[in-house]
Design a protein. Sequence first.
Length: 217
Amino acid sequence: MIGLFGGTFDPVHCGHLRAAHEARVALGLDRVLMVPCGDPPHRGRPRADGEQRLAWLRTAVGDHPYLIADDRELRRNGPSYTVDTLAELRHEVGPSEPVVLLLGVDAFLGLTGWHRWEQLLALAHLAILHRPDSVLPTADPTGDPLQRLLASRRCDSPCALRDSPSGRLHTLAITPLAISSTAVRRLLQDGGDPCCLVPDRLRDALMASDAYRAACV
Ligand code: ATP
């Protein structure tokens, strides 16, 4: 069973890495592909370019056996739609391998604005990772689309994700780490030290870079 964790990763931080690690352990994933987006359709352009974000992600995961920096969205032209990424991955792994899309609650709350969002569950399961500052909608079969999705697709046991390749939704409480890339960028812009917010092996590279030094973050 494979996890896919997409993000801007501008830059990657310990909140991302810990969330990917905890999801891997809790769901029993064989590996988690960490996929930096090239051209994010739902937000402004990342501050650091794709090559740079990927290089930092590779530095951050190092030789971790289960977390993999995956550059597929950076190699594609046009907007980085998750549905296209999942379709590509589904083609690679075949129709029966369970694939789990890992999402923070903040990302889940915006799901209905994603390109062809209804097709995501035909390609993968969703695992929603609780973040410190977010509240999950209630499951309600007569509510809004996300509430209906929770009512119809939610499974309480992660084991249920193994029974089918896609289509279920699981919520997973993870250790709250209130770290954001925005906070790391601001710190670096002010000449601060991101010690303990990012892995040690990434800290020097970030402090040496001028990617976040000027202008707004
Ligand atoms: P920014 O501050 O630039 O918006 P971010 O820190 O939220 O960035 P993203 O790259 O936008 O990071 O997020 C990628 C994914 O990681 C999203 O699903 C998001 O919910 C999740 N995520 C981000 N920070 C954390 C955290 N501290 N703990 C758990 N999940 C996180």
